[in-house]
Design a protein around this ligand. Structure first.
Ligand SMILES: Nc1ncnc2c1ncn2[C@@H]1O[C@H](COP(=O)(O)OP(=O)(O)OP(=O)(O)O)[C@@H](O)[C@H]1O
Length: 637
């Protein structure tokens, strides 16, 4: 017997006609004509959150918080389902359990199946999952965002023409044409130049439609939308169910009676239990049978929410009564007599060919690059600040750089400023930036859009232009204004050295962030480390007098490496320095005496440059391993 069709009779009798007929068509075929039209059901489903009270005493103080308490339910194939309940009731948890999207620290017991397969057998591309809180790369326009998502989500065999057509179709279907070229924004800006909160919701929904998934889970898709837009979204969902045989499950808050009745099935969740499951228009009579009568002219959804939010006692009464009701019996019967589908032919399980890794890396790098170029708070403000500082520093050294005893101090001062400016600011800047990118990374990583190495490498690649432009501009301004006397080779190598100093500093920032896993902890440790690196640069202490156990730090102090390299570069060919007329002022006769004073050796120039390259690679390698490990263990905070 085809239980799916039997069950749909109970659940769809009063659904809108066009919708209803398609559902019957679908269920009567029992999935034969439409292989992806499958029921979803769950039984004895309990979900616990594992809460660690003290991260240092791990296992001893782990508590389990019950989020869902042995719930069961059945969603017929190709249904439009609404999940409702008070805040914190467990709606998102239930939906995440059905879509195999529960986070790692959540424990799931019981069965949740689609057709005859556990939901765990389904990969993320089988589901569209619209989160309650949208997250975007705000600098992209709607079209760019959808194009980027399509490039990463669609099967690699999709031609460019089809991909563009898909993006255009989704834009048209959801009425996003007017804002297709508007930047999405982060939600905090003046709404004139970016999308409104409601439009962002629709873009979020559009993103999930791109892959044409068989099962669409939407956490509060209508929240924040005006009633017209909400109706429009629900209409699209109805069409997906009726014309395209999809199953759409939504969490909704405060729907109008009209909106609520557009759904085939209503599931009420309260306090981690099921308070009702059945046709929306039968919910009120169920509540009446339990002793809660909805006053005339009262919005039925508001009434239901009032009862379920009232007290634990009323929630328990409703849930107990539901468990003993005919509605629960129908659910039980449907689950007991579950249909065994031949899953071998399911197209949802057929091999989806994800885009090649380099293709993902290419698009991801492009997105981060656009983000940097378009988001002034990321790089442009810092760049302008750097130009300003360069001019100020240049003014301070204007006319002071000469081949005299006094000029030696100025030259060394210029080098100190070149190193300092490319040492501290870039390091702290990347340390602060990385955590801001993590929420979007976590969301996209758990959706299997790309992996942690792709994110990390894309981040580094997109930073390369900044890494070259910033030190080059800064060094050039200071060099010209201070009047450094050098040839083109000297200038070129000076720029390379400052670029390397900045590169090592940023890689060190990444490394500390990823070793410690939290910005505050990383900052606590990086500051003393920085200071030691700077003190051991040869400027503040003679390197000969440094205690033996700190020699290894001198060897990796890129402050020292950079400063020494610049000093050698400048002084190695200076054959004459004028002495002061004052006999009390010590006289360094030529460049080699200047180098001797600092204990710097000409032969160290190129080795120091190579060491900085190795430090850059080494710091990033450590950082990369820590980042990828943390991502896999779900420990990125
Ligand atoms: N990872 C977690 N760790 C601990 N508690 C959690 C976790 N996830 C959810 N919870 C708790 O589980 C309960 C149910 O959360 P859930 O997000 O499912 O509620 P909801 O019904 O969707 O609420 P809302 O309508 O406010 O989004 C809440 O009390 C929440 O604090």
């Amino acid at each position: 017997m085809n239980l799916a069709s039997t069950y749909s009779v109970f659940f769809n009798t009063d659904a809108p006609d066009d919708h209803n007929s398609s559902l019957h068509l679908c269920t009567n075929n029992g999935g034969e004509n439409n292989e992806n039209c499958l029921p979803i059901y769950w039984e004895n489903l309990s979900v616990h959150a594992m809460i660690k009270k003290d991260r240092w005493l791990r296992s001893s103080i782990t508590t389990r918080k019950l989020l869902l308490n042995k719930v069961e339910g059945y969603i017929p194939p190709c249904s439009l389902v609404a999940i409702m309940g008070p805040s914190g009731a467990g709606k998102s948890t239930l939906m995440a359990a059905l879509a195999n999207k529960l986070p790692a620290q959540i424990e799931l017991e019981g069965r949740a199946k689609i057709g005859s397969l556990s939901v765990r057998n389904f990969e993320s591309h089988n589901f569209g999952y619209m989160y309650q809180h949208d997250l975007f790369c705000g600098s992209l326009t709607v079209k760019e965002h959808l194009h980027f998502m399509a490039k990463l989500k669609l099967d690699r065999r999709t031609t460019d023409k089809n991909l563009k057509a898909r993006v255009s179709a989704v834009i048209e279907e959801l009425g996003l044409g007017q804002c297709a070229n508007t930047r999405i924004g982060t939600g905090g800006e003046n709404g004139k130049t970016t999308l409104s909160g409601g439009e962002r919701k629709i873009v979020s929904f559009a993103t999930e439609l791109l892959t044409d998934p068989s099962f669409l889970f939407c956490d509060e898709p209508t929240t924040g939308l005006d009633s017209y837009s909400a109706q429009k979204v629900i209409k699209v969902m109805q069409r997906l169910v009726s014309d395209e045989r999809k199953t759409v499950i939504c969490i909704i808050h405060q729907p109008s009676t009209e909106l609520l009745n557009a759904f085939n099935q209503l599931i009420l969740v309260a306090d981690g239990r099921i308070a009702y499951s059945g046709p929306p228009n039968k919910a009120i009579s169920f509540f009446e049978s339990v002793g809660y009568r909805c006053p005339d002219n009262y919005n039925s959804a508001d009434f239901i929410m009032k009862i379920l939010s009232d007290s634990n006692e009323s929630v328990n009464i409703v849930c107990d009564e539901f468990a003993a009701s005919k509605h629960a019996e129908i659910v039980k019967n449907a689950i007991t007599n579950e249909i065994y589908f031949d899953t071998s032919s399911l197209s949802v399980l057929r091999n989806h060919l994800s885009p090649f890794w380099p293709v993902k890396l290419y698009h991801l790098t492009g997105r981060y690059f656009l983000e940097k170029v378009r988001n002034p708070t990321i790089d442009i403000h810092r760049f302008l600040q750097k130009v300003g500082i360069a001019i100020m520093v240049g003014l301070c050294y204007l006319g002071t750089v000469q081949q005299t005893q006094v000029g030696i101090q100025s030259v060394q001062g210029v080098f100190f400023m070149l190193i300092t400016e490319n040492f501290f600011t870039p390091m702290y800047s990347v340390m602060n930036q990385l955590p801001t990118q993590l929420p979007l990374f976590r969301r996209e990583y758990t959706s299997s859009l790309y992996d942690a190495p792709a994110f990390y490498i894309a981040n580094i690649l997109s930073f390369i232009p900044t890494l070259i432009i910033e030190p080059t501009v800064y060094t050039t301004i200071v060099y010209c204004m201070a009047g450094m006397q050098t040839d083109l080779y000297g200038y070129f190598l000076t720029v390379i050295i400052t670029i390397l100093v900045m590169a090592v500093s940023t890689s060190c920032g990444y490394m500390f962030n990823n070793i410690f896993g939290s910005l505050s902890l990383a900052l606590t440790f990086v500051q003393p480390f920085d200071n030691v690196i700077m003190i051991l640069s040869g400027i503040f202490v003679n390197l000969r007098s440094v205690p033996w156990f700190l020699h290894w730090i001198v060897k990796i102090s890129w402050f020292e490496l950079g400063f020494e390299a610049l000093t050698i570069l400048h002084w190695q060919n200076v054959t004459y320095i004028a002495c002061s007329e004052d006999p009390d002022v010590p006289c360094l006769m030529d460049g080699s005496e200047v180098l001797d004073k600092y204990e710097f050796k000409v032969a160290n120039l190129m080795p120091h440059i190579y060491t900085m390259i190795w430090l850059y690679v080494g710091f990033h390698a450590v950082s990369f391993v820590c980042f990828v490990t943390r991502a896999r263990l779900n420990k990125l905070s």
